[in-house]
Design a protein around this ligand. Structure first.
Ligand code: HEC
Length: 124
């Protein structure tokens, strides 16, 4: 094998390795997101915040503009007012990170202007 072949061969192996790592990270985050979704439902967050965090009668929307992870965890551990606190005994940090990953993965709703079937507001 000449030197050029050796170089391109090792470059190829590096690229394959990098793709493998990226694929793994993607698979891991997909698992975390679906775990977060499950927790959001079965720990009852959805009861106040809506099934996809859109907000409900008892709680504000959590999507879009989800708090950064650190603030999100701090809030859930010690809510300042009406929300019941969720201690480490009820939900671990890893579980709350999964819920955060889930909420952060949800797309923003389309703007009313972009929905063709909606009537245009008067004056527009
Ligand atoms: C009984 C109703 C209720 C449940 C259940 C509940 N929340 Fe809340 N949540 C609230 C209310 C009410 C507020 C806003 C009032 C406040 O400041 O406490 C809030 C606020 C929040 C906020 C701050 C939002 C912001 O942008 O300021 C976060 C984050 C949050 N909740 C996450 C969660 C998560 C995660 C769960 C489930 C583990 C959960 N909540 C379960 C009622 C609830």
């Amino acid at each position: 094998m000449n030197i050029l072949n050796k170089i391109s061969c090792s470059l190829l192996l590096t690229l394959i390795g990098a793709a493998g790592v990226a694929g793994e990270a993607y698979a891991q985050s997909a698992v975390e997101i679906s775990r977060g979704h499950e927790l959001f439902i079965n720990r009852g967050c959805y009861l106040c915040h809506g099934t996809v965090g859109q907000g409900g009668i008892a709680g504000p929307h959590l999507v879009p503009d989800t708090l950064p992870a650190e603030a999100f965890l701090a809030f859930v551990r010690r809510p300042p007012s009406e929300m019941p606190p969720f201690s480490e005994k009820i939900m671990s940090d890893a579980e709350l990170h999964a819920v955060h990953a889930y909420l952060s993965s949800l797309p923003k709703s389309p703007t009313a202007d972009s929905i063709k079937l909606l009537p245009k507001p008067v004056g527009k």
